[in-house]
Design a protein around this ligand. Structure first.
Ligand code: ADP
Ligand code: DP6
Ligand code: CO
Length: 320
């Protein structure tokens, strides 16, 4: 048996968002969600047993950091598979950590892949997705490449992601990096507060309709519809954050400037839409054909910002 196991998983950006839990311990969501896995951003994680360590240890980007979330995750394997000693986790994020660019998705998917290798579990993708979900809900989708859907389900057994379409539809995401520093409000906490919004039930209902329309639009490679629905779904998610009993905001002035710039591009007849997660960074949805032109326009208007173009990316890989 190999002593160190390494796995790589890419981040994913939801076109229909997950923003609320029915069960907090198990990460059972209130809605189904649909995402595109990105080629450009990923996490590579290695694991090994190390009995000389007093506790599970996480080295993230060459620094030792608080291992408590990883420890809680490893305890799931300890209680469900086999009891084992301390694990050394060495991870590198090729994506900003905790900035709304889905580091928790790529990192818990990669950790799931690495642990299933270390424990020789031979998991089916569905089983991997269930484990990854318990680390971070969005990680359930990063097991798969291209387009994945996380069917909400209702319990441990039925809540997992699967491939929706394992093909590229020439959709491009231009990631505008407004800030790479970590957010003050984690996704976990943010959605818990947002669920208390008086508009939450309406958001959940609307999400089911949007999901249906989104699936059809993806299958038609209809980038305009994909972009319009994703934008509406995401902006409504942020409305919940502003309209809940303890309001909070992930946007900065730059975020707002980008939103209105992209809206003007659309009004000019271009394919340009936004989707924004739990952070100030903006993902601009466009087509392969228009990506270079839109990128140039963005760079000319926001010379201080860094932009990256991402396309559909691969599912998880465990190195043998
Ligand atoms: P993001 O928008 O990046 O997904 P979240 O608030 O959802 O932000 O999750 C960020 C948290 O995920 C971090 O605070 C950390 O606990 C965990 N995390 C991120 N990257 C890693 C990693 N490579 N290994 C282990 N845990 C990680
Ligand atoms: C806005 O998966 O990071 O990115 O399950 O508590 O770890 P936890 O939350 P997380 O939430 C992601 C929220 C989102 C939308 C999405 O990715 O669907
Ligand atoms: Co996250």
């Amino acid at each position: 048996m190999s002593d160190i196991i390494t796995a790589t998983a890419h981040t994913n950006i939801a076109l229909i968002k997950y923003w609320g839990k029915e069960n907090v311990d198990l990460n059972i969501p209130t809605t189904s969600s649909l995402s595109m896995t990105l080629d450009k951003f990923y996490t590579r994680t290695s694991v090994e047993f190390n009995n000389s360590l007093a506790q599970d240890t996480l080295i993230l980007n060459e620094k030792e950091v608080d291992p408590s979330r990883v420890h809680r995750f490893l305890n799931i394997f300890r209680s469900e598979v086999a009891d084992f000693g301390s694990v050394l986790v060495i991870s590198k994020n090729h994506v900003p950590t905790a900035a709304g660019l889905a580091s928790s998705a790529s990192s818990f998917a990669a950790l799931t892949g690495a642990m299933s290798g270390l424990l020789d579990l031979n998991l089916m993708p569905t089983q991997m997705s269930r484990y990854a979900r318990r680390g971070s809900g969005s990680a359930s989708r990063s097991i798969f490449g291209n387009f994945a859907i996380w069917n909400k389900g209702e319990d441990e057994e039925s809540s997992y992601a699967e491939s929706f379409l394992n093909e590229d539809i020439e959709l491009s995401m231009i990631v505008a990096e407004v800030s790479a520093t970590s957010k003050k409000m984690s996704s976990t906490k943010g959605m818990q507060l947002a669920q208390l919004s008086p508009d939450y039930a309406t958001w959940v209902e609307r999400s089911a309709v949007q999901l249906k329309e989104m699936k059809a639009a993806i299958l038609r490679s209809d980038i305009e519809r994909v972009g319009l629905i994703a934008q509406e779904n995401s902006l409504a998610m942020h409305d919940l954050n502003w309209n809940c009993p303890e309001p909070f905001d992930y946007f900065t002035d730059k975020t707002r400037e980008l939103i209105s710039f992209v809206d003007n591009c659309y009004k000019e007849g271009l394919l340009a839409f936004v989707t924004i997660d739990a952070g100030p960074n903006v993902k601009i949805i466009t087509s392969r054909a228009q990506e270079k032109y839109i990128l140039k326009r963005l760079q000319d208007n926001f010379p201080d910002l860094q932009f990256d173009i991402a396309h559909a990316g691969p599912g998880i890989r465990v190195e043998v």
